[in-house]
Design a protein around this ligand. Structure first.
Ligand code: PGA
Length: 260
């Protein structure tokens, strides 16, 4: 089983939600729970303002801290932006790159995603790169082409050694925040294609070691059948990561199914 070659990862994406109070509550509940937290790699991607607090609170929780965006330049006249070294200094280990909400609302192109990926890796941050098709693209039957294009451009200057630091998240745009999850078959089809594409780019050994996550309305009720899919190694969870109890249930299912 190839799954043994890669990390099972359950990552939360708080988006533009949360404050110091909700963060403290989250980690208090995490620490009190009996959910096995050392089987899957658990990551919480918080708004940049909460990175440092999350890093402090997560210390004895077995959670790693990430955030949701960064600029590709190291410094300069980019009002309002944060560089990789800034978010690392604040305490982030992971960064989400190319989330569809950034592509849609902030004009992030595949080329920008590629620049951010390169900058993150060169700084020592671990990127969680999001790829996903829109409803329209799925209806026109071009899903796999879209995913391949996004992936190839995002990784265009990444070598096989750097690939080891990268996590890929397949997030169909139509499934994000809609309550409409991809079926296990749809999710597996695309995640398999992602791995095939990685194999073509980096060879079989490198490709089989990359953790590929599914994201889009994932919750404790539908996680099991998604995690059972051969090429799916975890999840990127939005809404269901805001409350520790909901997120911990997903971690528990992940530990049971993919953490073996
Ligand atoms: P959702 O979001 O779980 O709320 O659909 C997932 C994501 O956008 O990462």
């Amino acid at each position: 089983m190839d799954k043994r070659y890669r990390k099972a990862i359950i990552a939360g994406n708080w988006k533009m939600n949360g404050d110091n109070t909700s963060l403290k509550t989250f980690f208090k509940e995490v620490k009190q729970s009996k959910t096995p937290k050392n089987i899957t790699k658990n990551i919480l991607c918080v708004p940049a303002t909460l990175i440092t607090a999350a890093q402090g609170l997560s210390k004895s929780s077995k959670f790693s801290v990430g955030t949701q965006n960064m600029h590709f330049e190291q410094s300069g006249a980019y009002t309002g932006e944060l560089s990789a070294s800034m978010i690392m200094e604040a305490g982030a280990e992971y960064v989400i790159i190319g989330h569809s909400e950034r592509r849609k609302f902030f004009g992030e192109t595949d080329e920008i995603v590629a620049k951010k990926t390169t900058a993150a890796v060169l700084s020592g941050l671990k990127p969680i790169i999001c790829v996903g098709e829109t409803n329209c693209q799925r209806n026109f039957g071009v899903t796999l082409e879209v995913i391949r294009r996004q992936l190839k451009i995002a990784l265009s200057s990444i070598d096989a050694v750097q690939l080891k630091k990268i996590v890929i998240a397949y997030e169909p745009v139509w499934a994000i925040g809609t309550g409409r999850t991809a079926t296990p078959e749809q999710a597996q089809e695309v995640c398999k294609e992602i791995r095939t594409c990685l194999r073509e780019m980096y060879g079989a050994k490198s490709a089989r070691a990359v953790s590929i996550l599914y994201g889009g309305s994932l919750n404790a009720n539908n996680a099991r059948e998604i995690f059972e899919q051969y090429d799916i190694d975890g999840a990127l969870v939005g809404g269901a990561s805001l409350k520790a109890q909901d997120f911990l249930k997903i971690i528990e299912i992940g530990a049971e199914i993919i953490g073996k």
